[in-house]
Ligand binder design. Sequence first.
Ligand code: CA
Length: 424
Amino acid sequence: MIKANDPLLSSWIEVPGNSDFPIQNIPFGIIRPKGKDSRPATRIGNMAIDLSALCDAGYLNDLDLDDLSVFYAPVLNDFISLGKPVWQAVRQKLSGLFNVNNNDLKDDEGTLKLALYSVDEVEMMLPVQVGDYTDFYSSIEHATNVGIMFRDPANALLPNWKHIPVGYHGRSSSIVVSGTDIHRPKGQTKADDADAPVFGPSRLFDFELEMAFIAGKKTALGERITTAEAEDAIFGMLLFNDLSVRDIQKWEYVPLGPFLSKSFGSVVSPWIVTLDALEPFRVKGPRQDPPVLDYLKYTGHKNIDIKLEVSIQPEGREENIVSNSNYKYMYWNMAQQLAHQTVNGCNINVGDMYGSGTISGPTPDSYGSMLELSWKGTKPLKLSDGSERKFILDNDAIIMRGHTEKDGVRVGFGEVIVKVLPAK
Ligand code: CA
């Protein structure tokens, strides 16, 4: 059997040359076709494929699943709960159905009419119900930049940083899908030279370029996941824009960390790309020195070469790419993050989300936030319409994209877009 991520595969669905969604990808998402309920889907090229319609027509019967209701659910949690062998079997099945050499579904016009939609025709929904959400801080370049700006350039990293994948528990209720508009939040801020705080719209609206992974396993309280087990407990990955307002953050974060400065909207891309689809694109991670404690040690290549970009698009104007980064720069990998999350016995649930932390690269054009790109507002970015940005202005759209490429196959995430509306 040819594996679903084999570079030689091709589909009878047309895949444009620069598409993130060849037959090797087969991501999972939730679509809402006009006048219908939300339902699970995959995507090839520019077609969204309704899995409930394929199920109705009997194409998923030979998967031998006890309960086919997972293909009709409004979120992917129940499907993900079935476990990695089922995710793999479904991808393999879909890979076969859409293979260029298989005419079974291709010639079944009745089913195609019900199952295939142009991606422009469907609304993309939040793919999972996120129970718990953790955000890590795992890019050494980002942590170093922030340390230089706010603390001591000579001791930019705090003493724990190379020993612990530092993270905090975030807010899941405000995680939304790409395309959701977000109002500039109001809150408390205090200028350095002011005696007291004031209430009003944040002035320092920022993005954080991140990726996130979705847990695919439920554990019991007291159970640990080792670095060797971690990847079987991860369903797949998304692009993640961890919107942050720096002025509110600066005043509130002492001593317990970010609170309202990050819970007004955190935006994910709609298609979850499985680790199986990303398998061919693994690369070696950075050397970890000093050596990490035993429970954080790992073997194999755990980083992934995912090219990331961020654009700012002022209303009615063209996009300006302001950052080119890469997920491969991460100091701490997903396996270590999940091992650390559970080392104290903290239980996890299917659908939990884990953000990577802002992904900055080594050069100033690869930084993953405006805070770093404009260096706290001291180096404004010039956009193509002549305007400048220290931070994000009202009616700007922030667009993040990510893809990986090897042996002529490009697998990607599409985009995550959010428009910033004035405070209300
Ligand atoms: Ca973050």
